[in-house]
Design a protein around this ligand. Structure first.
Ligand code: COA
Length: 324
């Protein structure tokens, strides 16, 4: 029997080190005015020693606390990340060990900035089929490790952090609709090579650091198009109207992208939660950090309908419409 699912816990953790636009303008050829106007970002958190795993663990503990369950009650841990501390053990296994989730299956998922939506979708499918009952889904990144600090077009956008949710099966009737896509033919638009790249025979190329590259304008256009597509698909799959959705939580990349979408779908900007001014783009962590902040502000109530939409490298995109 297909089960209903619901979110029962939220948590997040960001590094304490705040880097303002003004701070960046001292090391990069940029200004607070340029960054604020083009992106809406005012500051971001940059790790000073915090790792992807340590941020993920702290977010996970908070989410479990809110959910009121023990780590041993978890069946599944998925960590969405493109900046893991290790390829193996996975961040999921590191989190599992630290929180004592002795009964869980744990793994990482690489879906770039769509990672949290993909990971939540995977968890939802496990729960709906009855295979597992309780899942911890985390988005965690230390983007500052993979930023080219000489590339002012990308360096100003990103920040570090982690967010987590606990989801469970429920007997209550709840809407859950999912839509995901990817287009691997556009992989060059946003790219993070693995390290080291070594060709054993000839053309040996070893790079000491994995650096992200991005075509900002292409990503901007792509994002605007696929968000609209995802909203349309989720609404057409459900029996509700877009006006019935209480909040739309888009991946926090750029306020101009969010404003464009708000105008295009004719939904008041107030319904689009935004905290990118404080954290910048934290990739897979941005949506769960936003959810935890909404929870902390008492914005989330039972019965509300939320739309979560991610987009990013791959190219990848997708969304989840769910009822709290
Ligand atoms: N500070 C000052 N000037 C900058 C700058 C910075 N940090 N970065 C770029 N510029 C300059 C450029 O060199 C260019 O100068 P020129 O006109 O003399 O050549 C000018 O600003 C305009 O650059 P452009 O790239 O056209 O700006 P833009 O309006 O497209 O904004 C982004 C750039 C990156 C902010 C924007 O394209 C964007 O947000 N794209 C989406 C990126 C994204 O969300 N990525 C993650 C997705 S998961």
């Amino acid at each position: 029997m297909i089960k209903n699912i619901k979110i029962i816990g939220y948590g997040s953790c960001t590094p304490s080190n705040v880097v303002t636009n003004h701070d960046l303008s001292e090391i990069i050829d940029t200004t607070d005015e340029w960054i604020s106007k083009r992106t809406g970002i005012k500051e971001r958190r940059i790790s000073k020693g915090e790792s992807t795993s340590s941020l993920a663990i702290a977010a996970a503990k908070k989410a479990l606390n809110v959910a009121g369950i023990t780590a041993a009650e978890l069946d599944l841990i998925i960590v969405a990340t493109s900046t893991p501390d290790c390829f193996f053990p996975s961040t999921g296994c590191i989190v599992q060990s630290e929180i004592g989730a002795i009964n869980a299956t744990s793994f990482d998922l690489a879906g770039a900035c769509t990672g949290f939506v993909y990971a939540t979708d995977v968890a939802i499918q496990y729960l709906k089929t009855g295979r597992f009952k309780r899942a911890l889904v985390i988005g965690a990144e230390v983007m500052s490790k993979i930023i080219d600090w000489n590339d002012r077009g990308t360096a100003i956008l990103f920040g570090d952090g982690a967010g987590a949710i606990v989801i469970t099966t429920t007997d209550e009737k709840k809407i859950t609709e999912v839509y995901t896509k990817s287009d691997g033919t556009k992989s060059e638009v946003l790219k993070l090579p693995a390290v080291p790249i070594i060709d054993m025979y000839d053309n040996v190329k070893v790079i000491d650091r994995s650096i992200m590259t991005m075509n900002g304008q292409e990503v901007f256009k792509f994002a605007c198009n696929v968000i609209i597509e995802t909203i349309d698909e989720l609404i057409s799959k459900s029996n509700i109207k877009l006006e019935d959705v209480d909040y739309i939580v888009l991946h926090q990349a750029n306020s101009r992208i969010i404003e464009y979408v708000s105008n295009k779908v004719n939904i008041n900007i107030e319904k689009f939660f935004m905290n990118l001014d404080k954290y910048g783009n934290t990739s897979a962590a941005s949506i769960p950090i936003a959810l935890d902040e909404m929870y902390g502000k008492n914005m989330l109530k039972s019965g509300q309908k939320l739309m979560l939409i991610g987009f990013g490298g791959g190219l990848t995109w997708g969304g989840i419409l769910l009822e709290l």
